[in-house]
Design a protein around this ligand. Sequence first.
Ligand SMILES: [Zn+2]
Length: 309
Amino acid sequence: MNGSFHLRAKNLSLLSKWWWRYKLEPNALWRKVIHSLYGEDGGLGLNSDERRFSPTWKQINKCGLEIDKMGIPFTASISRKVGNGNELLFWFDKWLPNLNYNLKGLFLRLFTLENTKDATVSERVNNSSCGLEGNWCWSSRIRGRLCSELQELEALLSAATHLSTLLDSWKWDLSTTGKFSVKRLSSLCDHVMLGSNLVPGSLSSCWVPSIPKKVNIFIWKICMNRILTLHNLEFRGVALLTVGCPLCDRVDEDVEHLFSNCSLSNPIWRGFISWWGITSPLPSGILNIINSPCFKLGYDDLNKLCLAA
Ligand SMILES: [Zn+2]
């Protein structure tokens, strides 16, 4: 029963895959077009106001930022896995582990003195007994305040891992395999959107991981008023002879009536109250019933509800 059931989570994850593909397909025509239109990294991660994105690319960009806002560090999760350093650009690529900046951005003044702006990592560093050491090629002597900047840069390099004989590649930090997975990202988004860490009493807090997902979905649909009652069908433009409740024929069949007030469903709730030994009165309205503390709709009670259904 694992997997994503929140459509928004699935949608976000599918769109996010383009972030991954953008990195992994540097020679694809579509990628070259995006790069020429929106610049470095295809503008991904930037506020849409900073680039005139097409509507589709805007959505793709926005989804990454939206996932970040959910507390999942997606935009920083695609990073370079350094191999031999032959493909990575020392100043432009974000190749140092756990550093979400390129070295040009961090050491701009040193970069201006660089002789070969597009030098690769393997051209600029060598393995040493402690991390990496610089193999510099400056256009003029480093002096004054730049000396301390160079020391900082060298300190960063000395903390980095060694170059290997493998090819440089990309990795996705939110997965143990290092490969992007729609399923994994959906699961992370699901956990935030539907998990138990949501605000108590909110509509989404009716999601209980331990009970069957179809039951969770059904309760969620009740909360969202997405059940196809006669009232909702008519609201969607379906031509009906009547929207009156076919069970009691007294009032319109809407969610509130069908699950709470109907002369057929109401006694069922009263039966539950009696069964569970609850002394407080039945709350008015299905949303109040679902969120009612007196029903303690936690794991155990909802399981009872499932068993009884
Ligand atoms: Zn009725």
